[in-house]
Design a protein around this ligand. Structure first.
Ligand SMILES: NC(=O)c1ccc[n+]([C@@H]2O[C@H](COP(=O)([O-])OP(=O)(O)OC[C@H]3O[C@@H](n4cnc5c(N)ncnc54)[C@H](O)[C@@H]3O)[C@@H](O)[C@H]2O)c1
Length: 266
């Protein structure tokens, strides 16, 4: 199936590491023009080179802190300036540090809210403004988490923010369908890199064992219907499909779990 993403302008926030990296490379295989919005520009440039080798039409890396609206405005202007518009935005940036709620502090909550929720609002606002103005529709996908659907110990505030992401995406899907803009959320479960060089220095996965012990990884895999942990390309496949107007043009307002069957929502 031709996804008709060749030459389209796509933004991937956090597009240099793990899931974001796989999404960038997924769009590259389709021949898209890609803007990687990243704090980690060194890893971003490395992924940009890989993307060009895989067939991306063009790639730019823009240093962006998605929690800073001025920087997000500059990044979206750079995407519009270089690639003529924005056809798809993937809000992929997210962060957590696994702790029980009673071991966390208000400063920690603020950090979680800023990175997982406010950053997504900033990028969505700026991309939507351009999509509505251009009148050519578009796709916005936010990477949420199955923690938003399951209630995950040690992820209380993060899970709440990701549940907010799901709700927000449904509302903006309803508000902006009239402009041909489709808005969806994709929920990973535990998704680990295949190789250590697939993650950048800012990644939550620089030391996977700081997240879970090997025994915990094995127990998580065993508990899933598909008996395996997620890999970044599993998420990228879903995101690239949902971004395609020709493949997913009648899909909006959905929250899709890509998590080996961890969540099954009817
Ligand atoms: N990997 C998992 O197991 C998992 C599970 C559920 C949900 N998720 C979600 O998937 C998304 C990607 O996760 P990942 O594991 O690939 O993350 P990661 O930590 O490997 O990569 C995140 C990237 O975002 C960048 N980044 C962080 N803060 C930023 C900011 N303020 N502005 C710009 N860039 C910033 C980092 O530099 C890094 O390159 C996140 O939204 C995460 O919450 C991941």
């Amino acid at each position: 199936m031709d996804l008709e993403l060749a030459g389209k302008s796509v933004i991937v926030t956090g597009g240099a590491s793990n899931i974001g990296r796989a999404i960038t490379l997924g769009f590259a295989r389709e021949g898209a023009n890609i803007t990687i919005a990243e704090l980690d520009t060194a890893q971003g440039e490395k992924v940009a080179q890989e993307a060009l080798k895989l067939g991306a039409k063009n790639v730019q890396v823009i240093r962006t802190d998605v929690t800073n609206m001025d920087q997000v405005k500059a990044m979206t202007a750079a995407a519009i300036g270089k690639f003529g518009g924005i056809d798809a935005l993937v809000n992929n940036v997210g962060w957590d540090d696994l702790k029980f709620f009673m071991q966390t502090t208000p400063d920690f909550w603020q950090k979680i809210v800023q990175i997982n929720f406010i950053g997504m609002l900033n990028c969505t606002y700026c991309a939507l403004e351009q999509m509505i103005k251009a009148g050519k529709g578009g796709s916005i996908i936010s990477i949420s988490s199955d923690a938003s659907r399951q209630g995950e110990p040690r992820e209380a505030v993060y899970g709440a923010m990701k549940a907010g992401v799901n709700s927000f995406m449904k509302t903006i899907a309803k508000e902006n369908g009239r402009y041909g803009v489709r808005c969806n959320a994709v929920c990973p479960g535990v998704t680990i890199p295949e190789e250590s060089d697939e993650v950048g220095s800012n990644s939550m996965w620089t030391d996977p064992n700081a997240m879970f012990t090997q025994e915990q990884f094995a127990a998580i895999a065993k508990s899933l219907p598909l008996r395996k942990l997620g890999r970044p390309k599993d998420l990228a496949n879903a995101v690239v499909f949902l971004s395609s107007q020709s493949a997913a043009g009648h899909i909006t307002g959905q929250v899709l779990s890509v998590s080996g069957g961890y969540s099954m929502i009817g």
